[in-house]
Design a protein. Structure first.
Length: 486
């Protein structure tokens, strides 16, 4: 019987990116079966994988944790009910395997008897052939070849992974994520940057209803919303109340920019981070009962004590209740002036939004060019981290064209490049001639038609950049721009 593994779990087991695996699949060096990889095929394609020595994989994981923050990569033991359910499923698998082994043993006993029966009244040659067959079967059953030992080690690691986390596939979008710790399906999806439809997130509204296509879930949170009997019969569940026991497939809607309703939330100032005299970041925390729904690249209206301003969100939707806003200091912007001198920790800021359509085209797997002009890095940062959490793009290049504020988070960008083999970072100096800066970027891509391009800057910067990119062969449908007010 074949043992099939989802691509995301193979990526974790081997310690390489999904995109590297997809390149192997496209190149014909790795076979798949209905989107899954057989254990034997994985062992064939990666004969030198060290199943008990994952030091290098752990090193990369540590770099990622430092790059993205522990909010994103925090790992915890599953909830006790979930752990018990997963162990019960593992016990069933073990019992089934033991029963199958007992059956194989019985079949071998029958075969042994049948060989003795067939050997009666046969020629010497036939008797010799039958006993040779028996010896061959017994020898191969008793000897554990190297491939079997590797398979055993790989399966042992995979079983540990399945106890600690469950793999989820969303239909029809094709999004994938892992449920870690005690997260519900909804919480795990949001932490992974998958914007599933939901309302209250606490079991009252039923907006997070989804159909369980395959796999098992367990209810871990109470809910007041009552599913109708026909919904239960159809396999409907509430994502905010259920956790995955094993790998599951669910049918659910993933929200787009037009699907998320405008929200009004009072947030708390967690901290103010001053990058330099020109740029600071406002770190906000939303209430536990009011997680802000937004897509990477969108903007929010901030209000406090009569001051307000519209700013791009710099954080990823996967960062739970944490919201980061990067603001350029401007003499004509009272809110930005207050950020550098008056805003204190635990103060209150009203959030209104989200707004804008500068969001990821997550149906595309083309390589991506990100271009940030100055503080246009804020929405680009959100898009990059979202793309990383979803593992969407084949490759990502970030070009950051400095203004007077400089490359105020260049260390973060370099840490991304260190952590990911499909990410490159190119800081560009501040030039008064924007066309010259853009031309220098475009010159490095003779095959622009292969890329999606996301650019954030002022209207004038975007106008110049768009003209140059399109003139050099970028299809207009692969151009996306986000305007930053200065």
């Amino acid at each position: 019987m074949s043992h099939l593994l989802p691509l995301s779990r193979v990526s974790k087991l081997i310690g390489i990116s999904r995109h590297a695996l997809q390149e192997m699949i496209r190149g014909g060096s790795l076979d798949t079966f209905d989107g899954m990889i057989e254990l034997e095929e994985m062992l064939r394609a990666f004969p030198d994988a060290k199943w008990e020595n994952d030091a290098e994989f752990r090193r990369v994981t540590e770099i990622k944790e430092k790059a993205f923050g522990k909010r994103v990569f925090e790992r915890a033991m599953p909830d006790k009910e979930v752990l018990a359910a997963r162990l019960a499923e593992l016990g069933k698998e073990y019992a089934a395997s033991q029963a199958m082994l007992m059956h194989y043993s019985q079949v071998m006993s029958w075969l042994d008897e049948k060989i003795d029966e067939l050997a009666e009244d046969q020629s010497t040659e036939t008797i010799h052939a039958l006993h040779t067959l028996r010896a061959f079967l017994l020898r191969n059953l008793n000897e554990l070849p190297a491939e079997a030992a590797k398979a055993q080690a790989a399966m042992a690691q995979e079983r540990i992974m399945k106890i600690m986390s469950a793999h989820v596939t969303i239909r029809p979008s094709g999004h994938e994520f892992f449920v870690e710790g005690s997260d519900t399906l909804l919480e795990a999806a949001l932490r992974s940057g998958v914007s599933l439809e939901y309302g209250c997130s606490n079991g009252n509204c039923g907006e997070c209803r989804a159909r369980l296509v395959s796999g098992k879930v367990v209810k871990v949170r109470p809910h007041d919303y009552a599913l109708r009997q026909d919904e239960k019969d159809a396999g409907m569940i509430l994502l905010c109340s259920c956790a995955a026991v094993d790998d599951v497939v669910i049918e659910a809607n993933v929200a787009g920019a037009h699907d998320i309703q405008e929200q009004h939330i009072e947030s708390k100032i967690k901290s103010v981070e001053i990058f330099n005299q020109d740029v600071a970041a406002l770190h906000l925390l939303t209430p536990r009962s009011q997680r802000l729904r937004f897509l990477a690249g969108q903007s929010m209206q901030l209000s406090m004590n009569g001051l307000s301003g519209l700013y791009a969100i710099a954080s990823c939707p996967c960062e739970d209740r944490h919201i980061e806003i990067q603001i350029l200091r401007s003499a004509g912007d009272a809110f930005s002036e207050a950020l550098f001198g008056k805003l204190k920790t635990n103060g209150r800021v009203e959030l209104h939004g989200p707004y804008g359509e500068f969001v990821l085209e997550d149906a595309s797997t083309r390589p991506v060019i990100f271009v940030a002009f100055g503080v246009g890095f804020a929405p680009i940062k959100s898009l990059i981290q979202h793309s990383m959490s979803l593992d969407l793009a084949e490759a990502m290049d970030l070009h950051w064209v400095a203004d007077q504020a400089g490359h105020y988070q260049t260390n973060l960008c370099r840490s991304w490049a260190d952590a990911l083999d499909n990410f490159r970072y190119f800081p560009h100096p501040h030039l008064s001639n924007i066309a010259e800066s853009v031309a220098a970027i475009v010159a490095g891509y003779p095959d622009l038609h292969r890329f999606d391009v996301y650019v954030a800057g002022t209207e004038q910067q975007l106008k110049i950049a768009k003209n140059i990119f399109l003139e050099q062969g970028l299809p207009v449908q692969q151009w996306r721009a986000g305007t930053i007010e200065k």
